[in-house]
Structures are given as C-alpha cells and as structure tokens.
Design a protein around this ligand. Structure first.
Ligand code: HEC
Ligand code: HEC
Length: 363
C-alpha cells in the first residue's frame, strides 16, 4: 500500500506543477493580450491605442507634479529656467493629450469603417485592371497576369527600401477588408502610424490611394481576386503563402530561402534586421506567433514589424510552414509518445512482479 501512497503524493505534486505553477508562470511572463482578430474592424487597435494614450496622460500628470517639486527646490536661476521649460512642456501635454487621443481614435475607427464598407462593394474587374495597370505595376510584378516586376530585386530595394511583393496571390492571402484598408492607407492598415508619424519625417514607400473612390478600390480588389493563381494544397500552399507574405523581409535558412530584399537594404529600411524565422516556431511557439503576426504592436509595442493582414487560413498556412521547417519531427514525436507510455507501463508491471517475487522469499 505504501507504493500507492507514494504514487498519489507524486501525482498531486506533478498536478500542482502542471496545472498550477506552470500556467501561473506563463501568465506572469506573457501578459495576456487580445487574441488574433480577423474581423479587421479596428476595435482592438483603437482600444490598445486609447489605453496607451491614457497611460501617457498619467505619466505626463505625474511629471507635472515632479517638475513642480523640482522647481520649488531649485535655487540657481539657470536650473530654474530649465525646469520651467520641462514643466511647461508637461503641462501642455496634459492639456492636449485627451483631445488628440480622442480625435485619433475616432479617425482610426472611421478609417476601418470605410474599409469595411469598401470591401462589401461589388467590384468591377475591367475597371480594376485599368486602375492596377495605371497605378500598381510600376512597382509590383503580377506573375499571374504575365507581368513580372519591371526591375531587379536589388534595384527595387535600392528604390523603395524593400522589394514590393508580387501581387498574384494578394487577394487570396490578404483579408479583403485589410486589402481595401491597405490600398487607401498602407501605414494605417499595417498599424505602423508611430513609425511614420509626421514628426518622424519618414514617408512610406507605397503611396496612399486615398484619392480613389471606395468603388475604385473595390474594383482593384475585384481585379486582384480575378487573377487565376494555381490552387496549391498542403505543404506547397504553406510554402507559397510564407514566401508571398513574409519573404520580402524574412529568410528561412533551414529551407534555403533568402529574403527577396538583400539583408543590408532591409536593415536600412526597417532600422533592424528581421530575424531568420527557421526556429521561431520553437522559440516563440504557435500561440504567440498567431497573435503576433495578426498585430505585432499588440505584443511588441513600437516594433518595426508591420501587420500583414492575412486571412485566418493564410495565417495557418504560414505557421504550418514554420512548423514544417523548424520542427519537422513533431508528428513523429507525438506519435511516439503512446509507445513510450506503453513501454513504461509494461516495465512498471514487470518491476512490480519482480519485487513481489524477491520480497516473498524474504518474508
Ligand atoms: C511606389 C511603389 C509602389 C506602388 C506604386 C504600389 N506599391 Fe504596393 N507596395 C510597395 C512596397 C515598397 C511594398 C512593401 C512595403 C513594406 O512591406 O514595408 C508594398 C506592399 C504592398 C502589398 C503588401 C501588403 C502587406 O500587408 O504585406 C500590397 C497588397 C500592395 N502593395 C498592393 C498595391 C496595390 C494594389 C497598388 C496599386 C493600387 C500598389 N501596391 C502600388 C510599393 C508600391
Ligand atoms: C516589411 C518587412 C516584414 C514583413 C513583410 C514581415 N516581417 Fe516579421 N519582422 C520584421 C522585422 C523588422 C522584425 C524585427 C522586429 C523587432 O525587432 O522589433 C520582425 C520580427 C518578426 C518575428 C519575431 C518576433 C519576436 O518576438 O521577436 C516574427 C516571429 C516574425 N517577424 C514573423 C513574420 C511572419 C510570419 C511574417 C509573414 C506573415 C512576417 N514576419 C512579415 C519585418 C517584417
């Protein structure tokens, strides 16, 4: 009976670790974020923005108190002047932040509303082709329409910072609402407004087509949808989606894939080198990747990685590919588990019988 008691104690301890400590530690190390959202209605983004601005306001209010106290303590005229400057700045922040935040939150909400409205319109393929030919193929290739990119990858990287992706599969891999939003304003759709703020002095290489009427944007999307791309299945689809959606920035060395944009150009364009993704399925895990790709800012505020606006299916394809390359033995490992358990069980029974036999002689 002693053995059973030991087993019970062991089971309880393992249970506490597995169901109690591990989830708790996980929760502490990865603060909860809103899960991947494929509605593309801007709600999560606006909520995150409002929260960030609220925090900024709290910090600015505290700063006013700090500077006021500093000013009271200061004796030297020069120091006083410097502190007064800081105090004025903090005060003006406190005064303007709420209005700025409210206006920007409203702008973003309206932006996504328009994109949703646009995506619901019936597009005209013929007019879409005219618009794409006039506006997009100067930078983008469209293989499926027999139009390869006009210049080499190296020249494209030199001109735009990053190689514009081929648009053949754009309407398949990107969500229609995202695509409508992206054409109207790439920076807003990608959720990288901070990086391209007016103060940054940076301009995004692809222009905003906000001069197009919603109907015209719907036409562009309809044309992209009409392109006959070869329907791929399984691993082929996973690889193609990864290369189309991530391949201009990320390499996958384990699959001998180099990003289409040369590495040094990328560093200049992004401000940091996008990591090789061969092992990210292991270091970050599937769960994290799902939330991250869907809206990088939600997990890594200020990151240079843009949102890529994939459909849920396309995002699954990308992660499946990362798993096939980074963890190719996963299925084998999981199917081996049952044999390992069976082996342990047989071994335990044998061990028990053996023990009984030995002790029966002693007693
Ligand atoms: C002046 C060059 C230029 C023109 C013109 C242009 N693009 Fe782009 N486009 C780019 C660049 C550069 C990128 C990649 C930017 C990045 O990833 O930071 C891009 C990216 C994209 C993406 C990928 C979006 C994503 O989330 O990954 C789509 C889709 C796209 N463009 C569609 C279009 C369409 C449709 C048009 C015409 C209405 C167009 N582009 C016109 C340069 C251009
Ligand atoms: C326009 C370039 C660009 C595209 C397109 C892009 N990424 Fe990234 N990505 C980056 C950059 C830059 C970083 C580094 C971000 C940083 O260090 O803050 C990054 C970082 C990452 C990371 C690391 C996150 C972490 O926790 O450290 C992952 C995972 C990732 N990207 C996955 C993807 C996937 C999957 C796709 C395609 C669906 C993709 N990226 C498309 C530029 C890009």
């Amino acid at each position: 009976m002693k053995e059973l008691k030991i087993l019970a104690v062991l089971a309880v301890l393992v249970g506490i670790t597995y169901y109690g400590i591990e989830p708790y530690a996980h929760h502490e190390m990865h603060p909860p974020v809103a899960p991947a959202d494929f509605t593309y209605n801007g709600k999560q983004e606006v909520a995150l923005y409002t929260k960030t601005m609220d925090e900024k306001l709290v910090a600015a209010t505290e700063n006013v108190a700090v500077q006021t106290a500093e000013l009271a303590k200061a004796t030297d005229a020069k120091a006083k002047e410097a502190i007064t400057k800081k105090l004025e700045k903090a005060k003006s922040e406190v005064a303007t932040l709420p209005e700025t935040a409210k206006a920007e939150a409203q702008r973003r909400t309206d932006f996504w509303k328009t994109a949703n409205h646009t995506a619901a319109l019936e597009g005209n393929v013929t007019n879409g082709k005219v618009l794409v030919d006039a506006n997009c193929i100067a930078c983008h290739g469209i293989d499926a329409a027999g139009m390869p990119m006009a210049i080499s990858n190296a020249d494209a990287a030199a001109s735009y910072g990053v190689v514009p992706p081929d648009l053949s599969s754009a309407a398949t891999i990107y969500d229609a609402k995202y695509l409508a939003a992206f054409i109207a304003s790439p920076v807003d759709a990608m959720h990288i407004q901070e990086k391209y703020s007016p103060e940054s002095g940076k301009t995004f290489p692809m222009p905003s087509y906000n001069w197009m009427q919603p109907q015209e944007i719907a036409d562009v999307v309809a044309y992209l949808k009409s392109l006959s791309v070869k329907k791929l299945e399984g691993k082929e689809a996973h690889k193609a989606t990864f290369e189309a959606a991530c391949g201009r920035c990320h390499s996958m060395q384990y699959a001998k894939f180099e990003s289409t944009t040369p590495a040094d150009a990328l560093k200049t364009y992004m401000g940091t080198t996008p990591p090789d993704l061969s092992q990210y399925i292991k270091s970050r895990g599937e769960h994290y990747l799902h939330d991250f790709i869907n809206d990088p800012q939600a997990l890594l505020a200020g990151t240079a990685m843009p949102r890529v606006g994939l459909t849920e299916v396309a995002q699954h394809d990308v992660i499946a590919y990362m798993e096939e390359i980074g963890d190719p033995k996963k299925d084998e490992r999981i199917s081996l588990g049952i044999y390992t358990l069976a082996f342990t069980l047989v071994f335990a029974i044998l061990g028990y019988l053996w023990k009984r036999k030995i002790w029966s002689e002693v007693h």
